[in-house]
Design a protein around this ligand. Structure first.
Ligand code: CP
Ligand code: NVA
Length: 302
């Protein structure tokens, strides 16, 4: 494993190794056991979109590992004025030991990896959000004990989160059911991958159908970063694609609810369901820290 660009690139074994290391690093942090695996290393963090969790968890995580994180806003980098990714990648590879990037196009992340010579970590693109889904898988295993026989149901937009969840959950052996409006389905690349899992994957436009017998229910915002101009149109398209009490009644009684955050209460999830599952959702947010530390150690430690 040289980079973390998308879940499609990871084998099941690599995912499980990351989750096991994440559990260990979480234990060490909670018990005050130092773990300076990245002493003297630097991580550049390029942000072309806003972030609370990704920025703070990477920055803190790098510090806890003994390394140094540099926050690089695209407003201040020459990349924001049109310097090609190919050149940025080759320059930054001379100074840094790794790069985390949050941007729009997946191609930009893939290009950084192709032209640079250091590990690249995808901190969210329009196509996928692998760091979030590694934290989600860590949280599911933490609460449920294992992935065996579990069904994950995603309700809403066939977006970056849906894409990474479909791939990640299928790879670790879960069944996946996704409910989205016809015009907001995941891209063909993801659906083609999912179809190779036969009846372990289901896509429908009925949230009630998708939620039946689910062990984990997950949703995300209806308008992602960059889609703010379509917010009103999307509110209409996604009416009914909400995690609420009626939907929860279809799921297993002990079903968990996850949300990558930020959440829009009374849109994709009701306040009541959100607060009833806040312990899971905020453990999920915390697990960003541990899962990403594991990714950095895997990619950047000698
Ligand atoms: N879930 C997530 O990636 O949050 P941020 O946008 O705050 O980083
Ligand atoms: N789908 C959301 C996820 C935010 C963490 C977005 O891209 O804005």
């Amino acid at each position: 494993m040289k980079h973390l660009l998308k879940m499609l690139d990871l084998s099941t074994e690599e995912i499980i190794e990351i989750l096991n290391l994440a559990d260990q690093l979480k234990y060490e942090l909670k018990h005050g056991i130092p773990h300076p695996h990245l002493k003297g290393k630097t991580l550049g963090m390029i942000f072309q979109k806003a972030s609370t969790r990704t920025r703070v968890s990477f920055e803190t995580g790098m510090y806890q590992l003994g390394g140094y994180p540099l926050f690089l806003s695209s407003n201040d980098l020459q990349i924001g004025r049109g310097e090609p990714v190919q050149d940025t990648a080759r320059v930054l590879s001379r100074y840094l030991d790794g790069i985390m990037i949050r941007t729009f196009e997946q191609k930009e992340v893939e290009d950084l990896a192709q032209y640079g010579s250091i590990p690249i970590i995808n901190g969210l693109t329009d196509f996928c959000h692998p760091c979030q889904v590694l934290a989600d898988l860590m949280t599911i295993r933490e609460f449920k004990g294992s992935f065996d026989g579990l069904k994950m149901c995603f309700i809403g937009d066939g977006n970056n989160m849906a894409n990474s969840l479909i791939v990640g959950c299928l790879k670790v052996g879960m069944s996946v059911s996704i409910a989205c409006p016809d015009d907001y389905q995941p891209p063909k690349e993801i659906l083609d991958f999912a179809k190779t899992y036969g009846d372990k994957f289901e896509m429908t436009n009925s949230p009630m159908q998708a939620a039946k017998g689910a062990d984990v229910l997950i949703t995300d915002v209806w308008a992602s970063m960059g889609q703010e101009g379509e917010a009103e149109k999307r509110k209409k398209a996604f009416a009914g694609y909400q995690i609420n009490d009626e939907l929860m009644a279809q799921a297993n009684a002990d079903a968990m609810v996850l949300h990558c955050l930020p959440a829009h209460r009374e849109e994709e999830i009701t306040e009541k369901v959100f607060e009833a599952h806040a312990n899971e959702i905020f453990e999920e947010a915390e697990n960003r820290l541990h899962a990403q530390k594991a990714v950095m150690v895997k990619l950047m430690a000698n």
